[in-house]
Every structure is written in structure tokens, then in C-alpha cells.
Design a protein around this ligand. Structure first.
Ligand SMILES: *[C@@H]1O[C@H](CO)[C@@H](O)[C@H](O)[C@H]1NC(C)=O
Ligand SMILES: *[C@@H]1O[C@H](CO)[C@@H](O)[C@H](O)[C@H]1NC(C)=O
Ligand SMILES: *[C@@H]1O[C@H](CO)[C@@H](O)[C@H](O)[C@H]1NC(C)=O
Ligand SMILES: *[C@@H]1O[C@H](CO)[C@@H](O)[C@H](O)[C@H]1NC(C)=O
Length: 419
């Protein structure tokens, strides 16, 4: 149980004995809405399965809309949850107007999202991450900008620093690399640096967070990626020796590049740098990626043992329609599906071994989230206006079928678990 009034940290003590019967998911869509979905799983629940030593996900469940808000309209593109404080941040890409916007919401027991504040920003915020002492770092794809917002008071979002990037000329892919296009903001494993894959500039930009105020940042030496590769998203895994490997997925080249993360001092300042280890196609070493494919999301599993990526515009599978319409006779029994590719991670070298290519639950898996237990994958299927929840075997890393799904109108851009 949550409360509309108290942060969750305070509530945890009083609700310890209550068992959660269902889980909320939040989905962002270009319809303008952020939708709360109620996921109910058939027995055994994942937590019970784990107690019994089993790692298999439940076979089925339901995903039902319980609430929606247009507080992040016009073009919700990304969600960032501050679970402990019952806060949700949403970025509006502003596809149909001259500006984007950022909104903050309070999450509640009944799934309703209460809008706290909304501010206009430069165009194209597509990803955000909480950092340091009350910071929210936002990547602006269309605006070629990193925007830093002070969210210490979530009812008063306060931009306090921004960095706008330029290119001397277009990159090799003239259509997509006309300008810098920051695509994500993500923290390094120490939480001391903000990393920003830039699809337009073929860079991963690096920013050190101030030790003093925990908010202002200083640009460091960026990581130069292959020309024309189009860096999109990154995820980290910890190796056996305690060091880290960074996996970069590049949309234009449909590749995964692995880097060893190196920390060191430079002129008294803490620094981060990267040593390239290998590059493989998004379908694995020696595997062919369909020519039409567009790589999107990359995530290391919570246990650090597996890596999963999503690849759009493949139509590689035919699957039972997860959201057939009873009212529509033309609703197909089967639909085409794009791909989620899973690799196991070698904990010594960081090497990736192909485990499985599985259906994503439909077309256009722009983003997906793995729950903390590792038993479920929620997929935002932009091209199908659907959210699909897929079962995941924690031991093998393999994905199963769709457990539950819901139609969410518009192009679904992001879905996260309320946990
Ligand atoms: C799950 O599957 C079982 C057996 O096929 C069925 O009886 C049950 O109604 C299903 N539950 C949901 C929530 O779909
Ligand atoms: C979510 O689903 C559970 C189980 O079906 C139900 O008990 C609960 O009331 C639902 N929550 C909302 C907000 O609809
Ligand atoms: C962030 O906002 C808080 C109040 O909301 C303020 O006390 C603090 O000084 C701000 N920090 C910066 C670096 O602007
Ligand atoms: C960027 O920051 C400057 C102050 O450093 C401010 O004047 C400007 O309005 C900001 N631009 C945007 C787009 O937020």
C-alpha cells in the first residue's frame, strides 16, 4: 500500500505485513497519456516461486488499465520513477509543437498520478535519470541538449544548467546525423558521472557530477564511437573482479560494443575512460541482422548475468495476438513480432554468448524494463499500441511467451514497473 501523502520510506514500516496483490506499471504514449496498468499474475506469484526455489515465471495474468493522465502531453517519451518518494517524472518530446516539457507526478495507492508541476523545455526530451543530490539529467534528441533540472522540490522543477552540442557537419548517415542527437542519460556504476550516448555525433558524452553541490556538471573527454554507428543506449555489468563493462547499442549500425570501464585520477580530478573490447551484431557474433532492423533498448539483467536488446522493424516472428479484440471481427488471431535478443555475460571477460532470439510481443519494441526479481519483462511496443509482459527464467535468462498484455493507444514509448 502506498499513500498520497507520505513518502514510501515512512510507510514501509507500517505496511510490512501487508502483501501486495498486484503490481502497477506506468506506460508513456505519444497519444499524450501516461497510463497506469494493473498487473495481476496467476499463481504462483514470482515471489512465491522464488521462495520455493523455482525460477520459472507464472504462465499467465491480466494487465488492466486503472488510470490515465494527460499531464505529460503532448508526446510522452520517457518515465523516471523515484519509488522511495512516490514520484514519477515524465518527459514530453513535443513532437507537434515548438517546445518539449517535463512533468512531475505523485504516485498513489489506486494508481492515479497526481500532477505536481509541468515546465516547458527545449524540444525533444527523450530520456532522463535522477542523479546526485536532487538532480534530473535530461537528454534532448531534437534540441541537441543536456538539460539539468533541480528536482529537490518536485512541485517546482528548476532547470539550472544546460549544455547544447553542435556538429561541424553532418555525420556519415546524413538523414539521422544532421545534428547531435543525445538519446539517453544514464549514470555510471559509481553514480559520479552522467553518460549520454549521442546518435547524431557518434559519441558517448561524459559529464562529471560536482562533489560539492551534487548537481552541477563538468564535461569530460567523450568516448568516440564508430563513425555512422549511431550510439543509442547503454547498460553496465559488474565483472568477477569488481570492475565494470559497458555495453553500447548503436541504432544505425545495429551493433553492441563492449568497453572496459577504467577509473583514474587526472590532474587531481576523478576521471572515467573506456577501452573497447569487442563489437558484435545485435543478433550475436557471426549472425545476420535483418537489413531493415533498428536497434533500440539494451539492458543487463538485475543479477548481472544476462544482456537483452530489442530490435525493431524485423517482423521475424508470428505469434498469437496478445490483445485480440472481441468487438472487432477483423482482429487477427496472429500478428508479426519483432525481436528481443538475449546473451549470457561471461563474468571474467564480459564476452557475450547468444542465448535466445525471442518474440517481443509485437512490433516496435522501443523500450523495455526487467522487474527487480528478473521474472518479468515489460515491453513498450510503439508500432502496435501495446504493452506486453513476458515471462523470464531467471536461471537461464530465457524469455517465454506473453503472460499479459494491454492495448495502450498511440505509440507506446516507455513502460516501467512501480517498484
Ligand atoms: C490462466 O490459465 C489458467 C489455465 O489455463 C486459466 O484457468 C486462468 O483463467 C488463466 N488466468 C488468467 C488470469 O488469464
Ligand atoms: C488491481 O488488481 C487487483 C487484483 O485483481 C485488485 O485487487 C486491485 O483492486 C486492482 N487495483 C486497482 C487500483 O484497480
Ligand atoms: C536546488 O533546489 C533547492 C530548493 O528546492 C535549493 O535549496 C538548492 O540550492 C538548489 N541547488 C542548486 C544547485 O541550484
Ligand atoms: C540554458 O541556460 C541558460 C543559463 O545558463 C538560460 O539562460 C537558458 O534559458 C537555458 N536554455 C534552455 C533552453 O533551457
Amino acid at each position: 500500500m502506498k499513500s498520497t501523502l507520505l513518502p514510501r520510506g515512512l510507510l514501509a514500516l507500517t505496511t510490512l505485513t501487508l502483501q501486495a496483490s498486484a503490481t502497477f506499471l506506468y506506460a508513456a504514449s505519444y497519444s499524450g497519456d501516461v497510463t497506469t496498468l494493473n498487473l495481476t499474475l496467476a499463481e504462483p506469484t514470482p515471489s512465491r516461486a522464488r521462495c520455493n526455489g523455482a525460477t520459472k515465471p507464472p504462465a499467465n495474468g491480466t494487465l488492466v488499465e486503472v488510470s490515465s493522465t494527460n499531464g505529460c502531453a503532448g508526446s510522452p517519451a520517457w518515465l523516471e520513477l523515484d519509488y522511495d518518494n512516490a514520484l514519477l517524472y515524465c518527459s514530453d518530446e513535443g513532437l507537434t509543437k515548438a517546445t518539449g516539457s517535463m512533468s512531475s507526478f505523485r504516485t498513489t495507492d489506486d494508481g492515479e498520478l497526481i500532477l505536481l508541476n509541468k515546465i516547458n523545455t527545449k524540444q525533444g526530451p527523450v530520456s532522463s535519470v535522477l542523479y546526485g543530490k536532487g538532480g534530473l539529467a535530461v537528454a534532448h534528441y531534437a534540441g541537441s541538449m543536456l538539460n539539468l533540472i533541480n528536482v529537490t522540490d518536485p512541485e517546482s522543477l528548476t532547470p539550472f544548467q544546460n549544455l547544447t552540442f553542435t556538429l561541424d557537419g553532418p555525420g556519415p548517415n546524413k538523414g539521422r546525423q544532421d545534428a547531435p542527437h543525445p538519446h539517453q542519460t544514464v549514470l555510471d556504476p559509481t553514480g559520479k558521472f552522467i553518460l549520454v550516448p549521442d546518435l547524431g555525433a557518434d559519441l558517448v558524452r561524459v559529464f562529471a557530477i560536482s562533489d560539492e553541490d551534487g548537481l552541477t556538471v563538468t564535461a569530460g573527454e567523450p568516448l568516440v564511437a564508430a563513425a555512422g554507428s549511431g550510439p543509442r543506449h547503454i547498460s553496465f555489468a559488474e565483472k568477477k573482479d569488481g570492475s565494470f563493462v559497458m555495453y553500447l547499442i548503436s541504432e544505425l549500425s545495429n551493433t553492441i560494443t563492449a568497453y572496459n570501464v577504467v577509473y583514474g585520477e587526472e590532474e587531481g580530478e576523478e576521471g572515467i575512460s573506456f577501452e573497447e573490447v569487442f563489437v558484435i551484431p545485435t543478433h550475436g557474433e557471426g549472425e545476420e541482422v535483418p537489413k531493415t532492423a533498428g536497434a533500440a533498448e539494451i539492458l543487463v539483467s538485475p543479477d548481472g548475468k544476462f544482456l537483452t536488446i530489442s530490435s525493431r522493424m524485423e517482423d521475424a516472428f508470428t505469434i498469437p495476438n496478445p490483445t485480440p479484440s472481441e468487438d472487432d471481427e477483423d482482429s487477427p488471431a496472429e500478428i508479426p513480432s519483432d525481436t528481443l535478443v538475449t546473451f549470457s555475460i561471461d563474468s571474467s571477460s564480459g564476452a557475450l554468448t547468444l542465448v535466445q532470439k525471442a518474440p517481443a510481443g509485437g512490433r516496435g519494441p522501443r523500450q523495455f524494463t526487467i522487474n527487480k526479481e528478473g521474472t518479468l519483462v515489460a515491453v513498450a511496443l510503439q508500432a502496435d499500441s501495446r504493452v506486453a509482459v513476458i515471462g523470464r527464467d531467471v536461471k537461464t535468462g530465457e524469455l517465454g511467451g506473453v503472460i499479459a498484455a494491454a492495448v495502450v493507444k498511440g505509440g507506446v514509448t516507455a513502460v516501467i514497473f512501480d517498484e
